[in-house]
Ligand binder design. Structure first.
Ligand code: PLP
Length: 445
């Protein structure tokens, strides 16, 4: 599959048959909007069972910075399969586990001694980072942010902000977890960005003085750029301000780089944009080209505070995930994918910044590298999730896979594979622009 000209993507007989089987056998709730079935993925393209080809701007929800089935990863997996699948690191360790820990200790922010261990999913990495922070500090409190998303297990869900659909009717949640405002400059019209930063940072201080002393807080967990929350990009002053407060009170700073890591923002990790070195970092998603593996990397003395059997999981750090991740890190470097991420962001801003000037329905177009998003509003200036749903549906019919995000679902977010060709990028943007144009025109009547 090279560059393609997208036509109309119509679900065919194979998709219809699979849809019937799906509805009979798989719970309706979480999967009821899915009507496409994959046959083959390659680079930035996905083909469905009926032969429709899609440009994938969702990139497996940010798991595919190196694209679908990169040959380097596939070949490393084949080699690994010939050796062993699962000695289980609790029983017998293996070199790819150690090598990947070495690599992550080396490439994550900070020159201090670090250690890394592996799990299988993003939420598990968050759970374990919190356990390690509590064990090391002897404190219980954990602060996360409004609009944050950290996963669906109980602690990760407790730290997540949005109630519906993530938390509704699933309580009670973990005690001693607290939420802090996160600056979304485009939605806080009454203050300038500097004022908003200062206002939120001040709130930290007053909270510590009047409610829970800072010395009872084990960690602050922060997405450097909020993913599910709508690709909200905080200022350097805000992130550095949070870190400074952490240092002042001996609170650990956990950077959740699960969605931002591995080149997405034009640097290997988004924290590098802010010049902030976290104490602990969680990684997953694009770490291993779509294989289920996650990592916690942190200062060696913090990571060493947990004892035998206290952290882990049967499948953590699967050898397949480890060898895939080793190839991913090489690919990002050898194929200049950081540069590609920046190019994607520039082209996005050029085209959609122009479109936003044309339509009042489009709010901010924001991006850092290839983490790109645009917001939509209705005629009263309220978040407009409906138009986003329409754009997504129409784009899908024309062979472009997109995702929404944000508290009100009014944000279109792009997580395209960074291996996308210039032609595919151009074509994807063309489809997106024409669909937005149509939907905005339709709304204006
Ligand atoms: C920032 C962040 N943290 C944690 C998670 C949870 O990861 P997982 O779905 O693999 O449990 C996600 C998933 O979207 C995420 O974006």
């Amino acid at each position: 599959m090279g560059d393609i000209k997208i036509k109309t993507a119509i679900p065919g007989p194979k998709a219809k048959a699979l849809l019937e089987r799906k509805e009979k056998n798989i719970p309706v709730g979480p999967f009821n909007t899915i009507k496409s079935f994959a046959e083959k993925g390659e680079g930035a393209l996905l083909t469905d069972v009926d032969g429709n080809t899609f440009i994938d701007f969702a990139g497996g929800i940010g798991t595919l910075n190196v694209g679908h089935c990169p040959p380097e990863v596939v070949s490393a997996l084949h080699d690994q399969i010939d050796h062993y699948l699962h000695p289980c690191f609790h029983v017998m360790m293996y070199e790819p586990y150690i090598e990947l820990a070495e690599v992550l200790n080396d490439i994550t922010p900070g020159d201090h001694d670090k250690k890394t261990f592996f799990l299988s999913s993003g939420a598990e990495a968050v759970e374990n980072a919190v356990k390690i922070a509590r064990k090391f500090s002897g404190r219980k409190g954990i602060i996360s942010f409004e609009r944050a998303f950290h996963g669906r297990t109980y602690m990760a869900m407790s730290l997540t902000s949005k109630v519906k659909p993530y938390k509704y009717q699933f309580g009670p949640f973990a005690p001693e977890t607290y939420k802090w405002p996160y600056p979304v400059y485009s939605q806080e019209k009454s203050m300038s960005p500097d004022e908003l930063d200062a206002y939120i940072l001040k709130k930290f201080e007053t909270f510590f003085q009047s409610e829970v002393p800072g010395t009872e807080i084990a960690a602050v967990i922060m997405e450097p750029i909020q993913g599910e929350g709508g690709f909200n990009i905080p200022s350097m002053a805000f992130v550095q301000g949070v870190k400074k407060i952490c240092e002042q009170y001996g609170i650990l700073f956990i950077a959740d780089e699960i969605q931002t890591g591995f080149g997405r923002t034009g640097k290997m990790f988004a924290m590098e944009h802010y010049g902030v070195v976290p104490d602990l970092m969680t990684m997953s998603k694009s770490i291993a080209a779509g294989l289920p593996i996650s990592a916690v990397t942190g200062r060696a003395e913090i990571m060493d505070s947990v004892g035998i059997g206290e952290i882990g999981g049967t499948y953590g750090g699967s050898p397949l995930g480890c060898v895939a991740a080793l190839e991913v890190v090489k690919m990002i470097d050898e194929q200049n994918l950081l540069e590609k991420a920046n190019l994607f962001g520039e082209k996005f801003q050029e085209r959609f910044g122009r479109l936003a000037k044309q339509f009042p329905e489009i709010g901010e177009t924001r991006s850092l590298g290839a983490m790109c998003a645009m917001e939509f509003f209705d005629e009263n200036g309220l978040p407009n999730g409906q138009i986003v749903k329409e754009v997504l549906a129409k784009a899908h019919q024309r062979g472009l896979i997109l995702m929404s995000a944000g508290l009100y679902g009014n944000v279109i977010r792009l997580l395209a594979p960074l291996v996308i060709t210039d032609g595919q990028m151009e074509e994807g943007f063309e489809v997106l622009e024409s669909v937005i144009y149509e939907c905005c025109k339709q709304q204006e009547g």
